[in-house]
Design a protein around this ligand. Structure first.
Ligand code: ZN
Length: 425
């Protein structure tokens, strides 16, 4: 283990804290996508001062990109002194809404003991700061390194990554001829390597009825009652079926080691009125009811079979229930992704965890997706993991925080990984 590298990281503790605080203090809320340019400008200055060549890329024409809320991304690259592999750290710079229940200022970046509080502290501005400190310390200790280091901060991960990593991957930024190793510092815990994620299928199911006066429901046909039939069929057949589908993927937490389905929303009949509306509803039989389903599937499953399961269920109801009509519309889909345990970036990070933390790395798969999907599918780069400090359960919660010592330990793992991949032996 390079002592000078370890010393360089320990010496940057204050810099790590203030960098994390500064990033939290730029409220990059998504939606709608606020202050993306501001955070990219801040990072550009920081990384230029550390010798990186910096590019700002706006995802023009991507979903949600507009002049009011442009989707800005930053890619910084520092070349070594001779040819070699490129190691890329990718973090998303957007954060989700604050929500209720905070006892700290969500954009204050308050340091209390070992913890820094704020929206995005663990997901994932702490991880972004950690990767920057690791790179700066590594360059300080080993300025003669081979290859290149890249650091990117990208937009819109929380809303699918289309104005961020997907856009950059389409432009070739994750082409395997340019980048060989990718680490995404999402908060998976400092001693765990996340190999990938389950797949996703979102769809909207609509049942149809006929509007009539609510005092004479027999003259109409209730779309809500038809949807009730869908929900009870789900309870009786679909949920039990999903519970039997188990995966060999090391998904965490335990409950996500099977196929799952969430009913994301249900709407039927008259639209809900604003909270300040004081009138009464009008009596009508609902002629439309819609649900959005969020089905998470396993690497052992095929998306066509996943969809066929749901349509078969709906057709079963249709065969038995008079006047049952439905439509189903695909909204979104993501294939599962899982990097091989023997991939170079996995072996190197596992070795660094052993050296820094004196423990065996845990291997996990995320229940939900993150930007690895785009690097895998669009970039065609398979040598990619998520590894970073922080407690996953705190993501998107009130009083989100990141531990300073966890960030320091993680920075050492990242720094040693750079040393292993970019220093000739
Ligand atoms: Zn995240």
């Amino acid at each position: 283990m390079s002592q000078s590298l370890i010393d360089q990281i320990d010496a940057r503790r204050d810099s790590l804290i203030s960098l994390t605080q500064d990033l939290i203090r730029i409220p990059t809320l998504n939606p709608p996508g606020r202050n993306y340019r501001e955070i990219c400008d801040y990072l550009a200055e920081r990384l230029r001062n550390s010798g990186f060549a910096v590019e700002l890329v706006r995802a023009e024409g991507a979903i949600a990109d507009s002049d009011a809320h442009p989707r800005w991304n930053i890619i910084a690259r520092r070349e070594g002194t001779r040819p070699g592999d490129c190691v890329h750290f990718n973090s998303h710079h957007d954060v989700v809404e604050v929500g209720h229940g905070w006892t700290r200022d969500p954009f204050g970046g308050e340091l209390d003991g070992d913890r820094i509080y704020g929206r995005g502290a663990c997901d994932m501005k702490g991880g972004l700061a950690t990767s920057i400190i690791a790179a700066e310390a590594f360059i300080g200790a080993h300025p003669d390194f081979a290859g290149a280091i890249e650091i990117s901060a990208t937009a819109d991960e929380e809303s699918g990554g289309f104005g961020g990593v997907a856009y950059l991957a389409e432009k070739g930024y994750f082409d395997p001829t340019r980048v060989q190793h990718v680490i995404i510092p999402e908060p998976l815990h400092k001693d765990r390597i996340c190999l990938g994620h389950r797949g996703v299928w979102w769809a909207e199911i609509e049942t149809h009825g006929r509007i009539a006066h609510g005092s004479m429901p027999f003259l109409g046909d209730s779309a809500v009652r038809h949807m009730g039939a869908v929900l009870s069929e789900m309870e009786e057949t679909l949920f039990p079926l999903l519970a039997t589908k188990r995966t060999a993927m090391p998904v965490i937490p335990e409950g996500a080691k099977q196929s799952t389905l969430n009913i994301n929303s249900i709407h039927g009949g008259e639209p809900e009125q604003a909270a300040d509306y004081t009138g009464m509803p009008a009596p009508c039989v609902p002629d439309r009811c819609r649900i959005v389903i969020d089905r998470r599937f396993l690497i052992e499953e095929n998306i066509d079979e996943v969809k066929a399961e749901v349509t078969a269920m709906l057709d079963r109801i249709k065969a038995e229930r008079p006047n049952f009509h439905y439509e189903i519309r695909d909204l979104f889909e993501v294939q599962p992704s899982m990097t091989d345990k023997d991939a170079p970036v996995v072996r190197t990070v596992a070795d660094a965890i052993r050296q820094v933390l004196n423990t065996q790395a845990g291997y996990v798969v995320s229940p939900g997706t993150y930007d690895q999907k785009h690097i895998d599918r669009i970039g065609r780069l398979k040598n990619c993991i998520a590894y970073g400090p922080g407690v996953l359960d705190l993501a998107h919660q009130p009083d989100e925080w990141i531990g300073v010592q966890d960030m320091i330990d993680s920075a050492k793992v990242m720094g040693l990984t750079l040393a292993e991949l970019l220093l000739p032996r």
